[in-house]
Design a protein around this ligand. Sequence first.
Ligand SMILES: Nc1ncnc2c1ncn2[C@@H]1O[C@H](COP(=O)(O)OP(=O)(O)OP(=O)(O)O)[C@@H](O)[C@H]1O
Ligand code: SF4
Ligand SMILES: [Mg+2]
Length: 361
Amino acid sequence: MSDVSNTLGGTPTKDGAFLSVRDLKVHFTTSDGIVKATDGLSFDLERGKTLGIVGESGSGKSVSSSAIMGLHRGTNAKLSGEILLDGVDLLHVSDEEMRKRRGRDVAMIFQDPLSAMHPYYTVGNQIMEAYQVHNDVTKREARKRAIEMLDRVGIPQPDRRVDDYPHQFSGGMRQRAMIAMGLINNPSLLIADEPTTALDVTVQAQILDLLQDLQRDFDAAIIIITHDLGVVAEMADDVLVMYAGRAVEYGPGKEILTHPEMPYTWGLLSSVPDLTASTEAKLIPIRGNPPSLLNPPPGCPFEPRCDHVAKVGGDLCKTVLPELTPARSGGNHTKRCHLENPDEVYEAEILPEIAPDLVED
Ligand SMILES: Nc1ncnc2c1ncn2[C@@H]1O[C@H](COP(=O)(O)OP(=O)(O)OP(=O)(O)O)[C@@H](O)[C@H]1O
Ligand code: SF4
Ligand SMILES: [Mg+2]
Protein backbone atom coordinates (compact mmCIF):
# COMPACT_ATOMS: atom_id res chain seq x y z
CA MET A 1 0.00 0.00 0.00
CA SER A 2 1.33 3.44 -0.88
CA ASP A 3 2.24 6.11 1.66
CA VAL A 4 -0.60 8.26 0.36
CA SER A 5 -3.32 5.73 1.15
CA ASN A 6 -1.63 5.08 4.48
CA THR A 7 -2.75 8.45 5.71
CA LEU A 8 -5.96 9.03 3.76
CA GLY A 9 -8.79 10.31 5.92
CA GLY A 10 -6.42 11.02 8.80
CA THR A 11 -6.31 7.42 10.01
CA PRO A 12 -3.22 5.28 9.53
CA THR A 13 -3.88 1.98 7.76
CA LYS A 14 -3.04 -1.21 9.57
CA ASP A 15 -0.96 -3.24 7.17
CA GLY A 16 -2.73 -6.37 6.05
CA ALA A 17 -6.18 -5.31 7.28
CA PHE A 18 -8.84 -7.49 5.70
CA LEU A 19 -11.29 -4.61 5.31
CA SER A 20 -9.86 -1.17 4.79
CA VAL A 21 -12.27 1.73 4.32
CA ARG A 22 -10.50 4.91 3.24
CA ASP A 23 -11.98 8.39 3.10
CA LEU A 24 -15.45 7.07 2.31
CA LYS A 25 -17.99 9.71 1.36
CA VAL A 26 -21.68 9.07 0.74
CA HIS A 27 -23.42 12.26 -0.38
CA PHE A 28 -27.11 12.27 -1.31
CA THR A 29 -28.40 14.73 -3.84
CA THR A 30 -31.81 15.97 -2.68
CA SER A 31 -34.12 18.82 -3.65
CA ASP A 32 -32.89 20.72 -0.55
CA GLY A 33 -29.22 20.28 -1.40
CA ILE A 34 -26.49 17.73 -0.74
CA VAL A 35 -26.82 15.60 2.40
CA LYS A 36 -23.33 14.58 3.50
CA ALA A 37 -24.38 11.44 5.36
CA THR A 38 -20.85 9.99 5.44
CA ASP A 39 -18.06 12.47 5.03
CA GLY A 40 -14.56 11.03 4.96
CA LEU A 41 -14.73 7.84 7.00
CA SER A 42 -11.69 5.58 7.38
CA PHE A 43 -11.26 2.38 9.38
CA ASP A 44 -9.66 -1.05 9.24
CA LEU A 45 -10.79 -4.48 10.32
CA GLU A 46 -9.03 -7.82 10.51
CA ARG A 47 -10.57 -11.27 10.14
CA GLY A 48 -11.86 -12.72 13.37
CA LYS A 49 -12.18 -9.22 14.87
CA THR A 50 -15.19 -7.05 15.66
CA LEU A 51 -15.56 -3.34 15.09
CA GLY A 52 -18.34 -1.56 17.00
CA ILE A 53 -19.78 1.55 15.34
CA VAL A 54 -21.68 3.79 17.77
CA GLY A 55 -23.38 7.12 17.44
CA GLU A 56 -26.76 8.82 17.73
CA SER A 57 -29.57 8.33 15.27
CA GLY A 58 -28.73 9.89 11.90
CA SER A 59 -24.94 9.90 12.40
CA GLY A 60 -24.40 7.82 9.26
CA LYS A 61 -23.89 4.32 10.66
CA SER A 62 -26.32 2.50 8.37
CA VAL A 63 -25.52 4.62 5.31
CA SER A 64 -21.82 3.81 5.70
CA SER A 65 -22.34 0.08 6.10
CA SER A 66 -24.84 -0.05 3.24
CA ALA A 67 -22.04 1.41 1.11
CA ILE A 68 -19.89 -1.63 1.91
CA MET A 69 -22.76 -3.84 0.72
CA GLY A 70 -23.03 -1.79 -2.50
CA LEU A 71 -26.62 -0.89 -1.65
CA HIS A 72 -26.39 2.73 -2.83
CA ARG A 73 -25.81 1.75 -6.44
CA GLY A 74 -28.42 3.21 -8.75
CA THR A 75 -29.71 5.66 -6.12
CA ASN A 76 -29.35 9.40 -5.46
CA ALA A 77 -26.07 8.74 -3.63
CA LYS A 78 -22.65 9.86 -4.86
CA LEU A 79 -19.84 7.78 -3.40
CA SER A 80 -16.08 8.27 -3.28
CA GLY A 81 -13.07 6.86 -1.46
CA GLU A 82 -12.08 3.20 -1.23
CA ILE A 83 -13.63 0.09 0.32
CA LEU A 84 -10.88 -2.51 0.09
CA LEU A 85 -12.02 -6.02 0.95
CA ASP A 86 -9.11 -8.41 0.78
CA GLY A 87 -7.43 -5.93 -1.56
CA VAL A 88 -10.40 -5.51 -3.95
CA ASP A 89 -12.03 -2.06 -4.04
CA LEU A 90 -15.75 -2.81 -3.71
CA LEU A 91 -16.61 0.77 -4.58
CA HIS A 92 -15.27 0.29 -8.08
CA VAL A 93 -16.21 -3.28 -9.03
CA SER A 94 -18.96 -3.78 -11.65
CA ASP A 95 -22.60 -4.17 -10.58
CA GLU A 96 -22.42 -7.80 -11.69
CA GLU A 97 -19.34 -8.41 -9.53
CA MET A 98 -20.97 -6.68 -6.55
CA ARG A 99 -24.06 -8.87 -6.92
CA LYS A 100 -21.84 -11.94 -6.80
CA ARG A 101 -20.06 -10.76 -3.69
CA ARG A 102 -23.11 -9.50 -1.81
CA GLY A 103 -24.35 -12.29 0.45
CA ARG A 104 -21.33 -14.45 -0.38
CA ASP A 105 -18.34 -12.37 0.80
CA VAL A 106 -20.21 -9.65 2.67
CA ALA A 107 -23.51 -10.19 4.42
CA MET A 108 -25.68 -7.86 6.46
CA ILE A 109 -28.14 -8.45 9.25
CA PHE A 110 -30.61 -5.59 9.06
CA GLN A 111 -32.02 -3.40 11.80
CA ASP A 112 -35.52 -4.85 11.49
CA PRO A 113 -35.78 -8.53 10.51
CA LEU A 114 -39.54 -8.40 10.02
CA SER A 115 -39.28 -5.85 7.24
CA ALA A 116 -36.11 -7.45 5.82
CA MET A 117 -37.91 -10.80 5.42
CA HIS A 118 -40.64 -11.36 2.88
CA PRO A 119 -43.94 -12.14 4.67
CA TYR A 120 -45.29 -14.45 1.94
CA TYR A 121 -42.35 -16.85 1.75
CA THR A 122 -41.37 -19.34 4.40
CA VAL A 123 -38.29 -18.64 6.46
CA GLY A 124 -36.72 -21.79 4.98
CA ASN A 125 -37.36 -20.70 1.40
CA GLN A 126 -35.70 -17.34 2.02
CA ILE A 127 -32.64 -18.95 3.59
CA MET A 128 -32.47 -21.51 0.76
CA GLU A 129 -32.70 -18.73 -1.81
CA ALA A 130 -29.75 -16.93 -0.20
CA TYR A 131 -27.74 -20.16 -0.56
CA GLN A 132 -28.86 -21.08 -4.07
CA VAL A 133 -27.99 -17.66 -5.49
CA HIS A 134 -24.33 -18.36 -4.81
CA ASN A 135 -24.10 -22.16 -5.03
CA ASP A 136 -24.98 -24.61 -7.76
CA VAL A 137 -27.02 -26.96 -5.59
CA THR A 138 -30.35 -28.78 -5.79
CA LYS A 139 -33.36 -27.63 -3.81
CA ARG A 140 -33.00 -30.65 -1.56
CA GLU A 141 -29.37 -29.78 -0.78
CA ALA A 142 -30.27 -26.13 -0.13
CA ARG A 143 -33.06 -27.19 2.23
CA LYS A 144 -30.69 -29.49 4.10
CA ARG A 145 -28.22 -26.64 4.48
CA ALA A 146 -30.99 -24.22 5.62
CA ILE A 147 -32.07 -26.70 8.32
CA GLU A 148 -28.45 -27.12 9.43
CA MET A 149 -28.06 -23.36 9.74
CA LEU A 150 -31.35 -22.96 11.64
CA ASP A 151 -30.11 -25.66 14.00
CA ARG A 152 -26.74 -23.91 14.30
CA VAL A 153 -28.38 -20.64 15.36
CA GLY A 154 -30.47 -22.40 17.99
CA ILE A 155 -33.93 -22.71 16.41
CA PRO A 156 -35.65 -25.70 18.04
CA GLN A 157 -37.01 -28.44 15.72
CA PRO A 158 -35.42 -26.81 12.69
CA ASP A 159 -36.68 -29.50 10.31
CA ARG A 160 -40.24 -28.40 11.13
CA ARG A 161 -39.75 -24.68 11.75
CA VAL A 162 -38.05 -24.36 8.34
CA ASP A 163 -41.55 -24.33 6.81
CA ASP A 164 -42.87 -21.53 9.07
CA TYR A 165 -43.55 -18.02 7.80
CA PRO A 166 -41.72 -15.06 9.42
CA HIS A 167 -44.79 -14.03 11.46
CA GLN A 168 -44.82 -17.46 13.08
CA PHE A 169 -41.36 -16.80 14.54
CA SER A 170 -40.79 -14.72 17.69
CA GLY A 171 -38.64 -11.57 17.42
CA GLY A 172 -35.59 -13.41 18.78
CA MET A 173 -36.14 -16.35 16.40
CA ARG A 174 -36.48 -14.01 13.41
CA GLN A 175 -33.20 -12.38 14.37
CA ARG A 176 -31.60 -15.83 14.60
CA ALA A 177 -33.06 -16.73 11.20
CA MET A 178 -31.55 -13.53 9.77
CA ILE A 179 -28.19 -14.53 11.20
CA ALA A 180 -28.59 -18.00 9.64
CA MET A 181 -29.35 -16.35 6.30
CA GLY A 182 -26.42 -13.97 6.69
CA LEU A 183 -23.95 -16.73 7.50
CA ILE A 184 -25.17 -19.47 5.16
CA ASN A 185 -22.50 -18.69 2.56
CA ASN A 186 -19.77 -18.34 5.12
CA PRO A 187 -19.14 -14.64 4.43
CA SER A 188 -15.79 -13.23 5.46
CA LEU A 189 -17.43 -9.97 6.57
CA LEU A 190 -20.70 -9.75 8.48
CA ILE A 191 -22.37 -6.41 9.17
CA ALA A 192 -24.90 -6.51 12.00
CA ASP A 193 -26.95 -3.31 12.06
CA GLU A 194 -28.56 -2.97 15.51
CA PRO A 195 -29.06 -6.75 15.68
CA THR A 196 -30.47 -6.77 19.19
CA THR A 197 -32.24 -3.44 19.69
CA ALA A 198 -35.78 -4.80 19.53
CA LEU A 199 -35.09 -7.79 21.77
CA ASP A 200 -35.38 -8.25 25.51
CA VAL A 201 -32.20 -8.41 27.55
CA THR A 202 -31.98 -12.20 27.83
CA VAL A 203 -32.51 -12.83 24.13
CA GLN A 204 -30.11 -9.97 23.38
CA ALA A 205 -27.36 -11.69 25.39
CA GLN A 206 -28.08 -15.00 23.61
CA ILE A 207 -27.82 -13.39 20.17
CA LEU A 208 -24.53 -11.70 21.06
CA ASP A 209 -23.13 -15.00 22.36
CA LEU A 210 -24.28 -16.65 19.17
CA LEU A 211 -22.52 -14.05 17.01
CA GLN A 212 -19.33 -14.55 19.00
CA ASP A 213 -19.51 -18.36 18.65
CA LEU A 214 -20.16 -18.12 14.94
CA GLN A 215 -17.31 -15.66 14.53
CA ARG A 216 -14.95 -18.17 16.14
CA ASP A 217 -16.19 -20.95 13.86
CA PHE A 218 -16.17 -18.94 10.63
CA ASP A 219 -13.30 -16.51 11.38
CA ALA A 220 -15.48 -13.71 10.03
CA ALA A 221 -14.80 -10.02 10.50
CA ILE A 222 -17.84 -8.40 12.13
CA ILE A 223 -19.06 -4.82 12.14
CA ILE A 224 -21.67 -4.33 14.81
CA ILE A 225 -23.68 -1.12 14.71
CA THR A 226 -25.33 -0.15 17.95
CA HIS A 227 -26.58 2.61 20.23
CA ASP A 228 -25.74 0.41 23.15
CA LEU A 229 -22.33 0.88 24.72
CA GLY A 230 -22.92 -2.28 26.75
CA VAL A 231 -22.97 -4.24 23.47
CA VAL A 232 -19.75 -2.51 22.44
CA ALA A 233 -18.09 -3.34 25.77
CA GLU A 234 -18.99 -6.99 25.35
CA MET A 235 -18.35 -7.51 21.64
CA ALA A 236 -16.00 -5.00 20.08
CA ASP A 237 -12.23 -5.20 19.68
CA ASP A 238 -12.20 -1.74 18.14
CA VAL A 239 -14.73 1.08 18.45
CA LEU A 240 -15.57 3.86 16.04
CA VAL A 241 -17.67 6.70 17.41
CA MET A 242 -19.54 8.51 14.62
CA TYR A 243 -20.94 12.01 14.76
CA ALA A 244 -22.54 13.86 11.86
CA GLY A 245 -21.10 11.53 9.23
CA ARG A 246 -17.55 11.42 10.56
CA ALA A 247 -15.42 9.43 12.97
CA VAL A 248 -14.86 11.52 16.09
CA GLU A 249 -13.07 8.88 18.13
CA TYR A 250 -11.59 5.58 17.00
CA GLY A 251 -9.40 2.93 18.55
CA PRO A 252 -9.24 -0.21 20.70
CA GLY A 253 -12.57 -0.72 22.50
CA LYS A 254 -11.01 -0.96 25.95
CA GLU A 255 -9.15 2.32 25.42
CA ILE A 256 -12.22 4.18 24.18
CA LEU A 257 -14.37 2.96 27.04
CA THR A 258 -11.81 3.64 29.78
CA HIS A 259 -9.88 6.66 28.44
CA PRO A 260 -12.20 8.51 26.04
CA GLU A 261 -10.84 11.85 24.89
CA MET A 262 -13.68 13.37 22.88
CA PRO A 263 -16.55 15.23 24.61
CA TYR A 264 -19.17 13.54 22.42
CA THR A 265 -17.96 10.11 23.59
CA TRP A 266 -18.12 11.43 27.15
CA GLY A 267 -21.71 12.40 26.45
CA LEU A 268 -22.53 8.90 25.19
CA LEU A 269 -20.91 7.34 28.24
CA SER A 270 -22.73 9.72 30.59
CA SER A 271 -26.09 8.94 29.07
CA VAL A 272 -26.07 5.14 29.52
CA PRO A 273 -26.90 3.28 32.71
CA ASP A 274 -25.08 0.25 34.06
CA LEU A 275 -21.71 0.66 32.39
CA THR A 276 -19.94 0.73 35.74
CA ALA A 277 -22.85 -0.63 37.76
CA SER A 278 -22.24 2.32 40.08
CA THR A 279 -25.15 3.33 42.27
CA GLU A 280 -23.97 6.95 42.52
CA ALA A 281 -23.45 7.44 38.78
CA LYS A 282 -25.57 10.17 37.22
CA LEU A 283 -27.37 9.77 33.93
CA ILE A 284 -26.83 12.91 31.92
CA PRO A 285 -28.41 13.03 28.47
CA ILE A 286 -26.54 14.97 25.78
CA ARG A 287 -28.34 18.30 25.36
CA GLY A 288 -29.41 19.60 21.96
CA ASN A 289 -29.49 17.83 18.62
CA PRO A 290 -26.97 16.84 15.95
CA PRO A 291 -26.39 19.43 13.19
CA SER A 292 -28.03 19.33 9.81
CA LEU A 293 -26.03 17.31 7.30
CA LEU A 294 -27.20 19.66 4.54
CA ASN A 295 -25.17 22.70 5.61
CA PRO A 296 -22.85 21.53 8.35
CA PRO A 297 -21.20 24.34 10.33
CA PRO A 298 -17.54 25.03 9.47
CA GLY A 299 -16.04 24.18 12.87
CA CYS A 300 -16.44 21.20 15.16
CA PRO A 301 -19.94 19.79 14.50
CA PHE A 302 -20.34 19.09 18.22
CA GLU A 303 -19.66 22.72 19.21
CA PRO A 304 -23.27 23.83 19.86
CA ARG A 305 -23.69 20.96 22.33
CA CYS A 306 -20.26 20.89 23.91
CA ASP A 307 -19.58 22.00 27.52
CA HIS A 308 -15.82 22.36 27.01
CA VAL A 309 -15.54 25.00 24.29
CA ALA A 310 -14.26 27.64 26.76
CA LYS A 311 -11.23 25.47 27.57
CA VAL A 312 -10.07 25.65 23.96
CA GLY A 313 -10.00 29.41 23.75
CA GLY A 314 -10.65 31.77 20.83
CA ASP A 315 -13.23 30.65 18.32
CA LEU A 316 -11.32 27.58 17.17
CA CYS A 317 -14.16 25.17 17.96
CA LYS A 318 -16.63 27.33 16.01
CA THR A 319 -14.45 27.88 12.97
CA VAL A 320 -12.03 24.98 12.47
CA LEU A 321 -13.00 21.33 12.06
CA PRO A 322 -10.56 19.34 14.23
CA GLU A 323 -8.52 16.66 12.43
CA LEU A 324 -8.55 13.08 13.64
CA THR A 325 -5.29 13.05 15.61
CA PRO A 326 -3.54 10.59 17.94
CA ALA A 327 -5.00 10.55 21.44
CA ARG A 328 -2.88 11.50 24.45
CA SER A 329 -3.10 7.93 25.69
CA GLY A 330 -1.16 6.75 22.60
CA GLY A 331 -1.64 3.40 20.87
CA ASN A 332 -3.91 3.38 17.85
CA HIS A 333 -6.40 5.64 19.59
CA THR A 334 -7.42 8.77 17.64
CA LYS A 335 -9.88 11.58 18.39
CA ARG A 336 -11.24 14.69 16.72
CA CYS A 337 -11.14 17.54 19.26
CA HIS A 338 -9.17 20.75 19.89
CA LEU A 339 -8.81 20.18 23.65
CA GLU A 340 -5.13 20.03 24.61
CA ASN A 341 -5.52 17.96 27.76
CA PRO A 342 -8.69 15.88 27.29
CA ASP A 343 -7.29 13.11 29.50
CA GLU A 344 -7.03 15.50 32.46
CA VAL A 345 -10.51 16.94 31.85
CA TYR A 346 -11.93 13.42 31.71
CA GLU A 347 -10.28 12.38 34.99
CA ALA A 348 -11.18 15.59 36.81
CA GLU A 349 -14.69 16.34 35.53
CA ILE A 350 -16.29 13.42 33.72
CA LEU A 351 -15.20 10.29 35.57
CA PRO A 352 -16.40 11.54 39.00
CA GLU A 353 -19.86 12.09 37.46
CA ILE A 354 -20.27 8.86 35.54
CA ALA A 355 -18.27 6.42 37.63
CA PRO A 356 -17.72 7.80 41.14
CA ASP A 357 -16.79 4.32 42.38
CA LEU A 358 -13.74 4.36 40.14
CA VAL A 359 -12.40 7.66 41.43
CA GLU A 360 -9.89 7.41 44.28
CA ASP A 361 -10.47 9.72 47.24
N1 LIG B 1 -31.53 8.32 0.34
C1 LIG B 1 -31.26 9.32 1.17
N2 LIG B 1 -31.39 10.62 0.76
C2 LIG B 1 -31.11 11.64 1.59
N3 LIG B 1 -30.66 11.48 2.86
C3 LIG B 1 -30.51 10.23 3.32
C4 LIG B 1 -30.80 9.09 2.50
N4 LIG B 1 -30.55 7.97 3.24
C5 LIG B 1 -30.12 8.39 4.45
N5 LIG B 1 -30.10 9.75 4.50
C6 LIG B 1 -29.69 10.58 5.65
O1 LIG B 1 -28.38 10.19 6.05
C7 LIG B 1 -28.23 10.37 7.45
C8 LIG B 1 -27.62 9.15 8.06
O2 LIG B 1 -28.57 8.11 8.07
P1 LIG B 1 -28.29 6.67 8.69
O3 LIG B 1 -29.44 5.81 8.34
O4 LIG B 1 -26.94 6.18 8.30
O5 LIG B 1 -28.27 6.96 10.26
P2 LIG B 1 -27.94 5.95 11.42
O6 LIG B 1 -26.71 6.44 12.09
O7 LIG B 1 -27.94 4.55 10.93
O8 LIG B 1 -29.18 6.21 12.40
P3 LIG B 1 -30.10 5.17 13.23
O9 LIG B 1 -29.33 4.96 14.51
O10 LIG B 1 -31.35 5.93 13.45
O11 LIG B 1 -30.27 3.93 12.44
C9 LIG B 1 -29.60 10.73 7.98
O12 LIG B 1 -29.65 12.12 8.20
C10 LIG B 1 -30.54 10.34 6.87
O13 LIG B 1 -31.67 11.15 6.87
S1 SF4 C 1 -13.36 20.60 19.34
FE1 SF4 C 1 -14.25 22.02 20.81
S2 SF4 C 1 -16.48 21.85 20.48
FE2 SF4 C 1 -15.52 20.07 19.50
S3 SF4 C 1 -15.63 18.51 21.04
FE3 SF4 C 1 -13.61 19.47 21.24
S4 SF4 C 1 -13.91 21.07 22.81
FE4 SF4 C 1 -15.94 20.44 22.14
MG1 LIG D 1 -29.22 2.92 11.19
